[in-house]
Design a protein around this ligand. Sequence first.
Ligand SMILES: *Cc1c(COP(=O)(O)O)cnc(C)c1O
Length: 233
Amino acid sequence: MSRREELAGNLAAVRQRIADACAAAGRDGDSVTLVAVTKTWPADDVRTLAGLGVTDVGENRDQEAAAKHAACADLALRWHFVGQLQRNKCRSVARYADVVHSVDRLSLVAALSAAAVAAGRMLTVLVQVDLADDPGPGRGGARPEEVAALAAAVSDAPALSVGGVMAVAPLEADPDRAFARLAEVAAALRARHPGAEMVSAGMSGDLEAAVRHGATHVRLGTALLGRRSAPVG
Ligand SMILES: *Cc1c(COP(=O)(O)O)cnc(C)c1O
């Protein structure tokens, strides 16, 4: 089986999972966007997926993402940066990302905004929310009570717009409980920022729970591209 056939089969299977999850939740099938998380996989795979109709790709490391974006510059894809972001990477990320899913502190808002202005681009920003019960260091994500202030700063920034929220279900947590909490945070955000309709939630293992709780964007790596050889981010 060629890589193209393998990816086509995987894509059909995940599209079916998304359709089934939407049907079970009483949602329109086209209310959920598939973001193909292509980290660790070559630009050729991005090209193949684009040929199969994928419109959105996600990456979590700046160097790899920048190179892949350059290699796929002829394709009309929307690029999502989903990894932990450092201030010194903002300048680069702002050149190719359309949506940044991982803004979780105020210092990043200023850095990303300055970088977007310098690049002459508008970026859609999601506030990443930490859904763990106990606040822990190094996980990524703002506490739910910090989301409003972050969104206000994004909204005030000249080259950024508030797109919504993103989360990763905490390890060993019940994904339904985590994503229900995210849905509350998303609703509170939309009350202040009516355009902030994106809810980026759900990965290969828990997309059904995410769709049940209103995910608009599911980020799928393994189910689409296969098992990564080395664990990343
Ligand atoms: C790698 C990654 C994904 C995809 O995870 P899979 O379990 O392989 O589908 C989604 N979101 C983020 C933030 C990631 O880093």
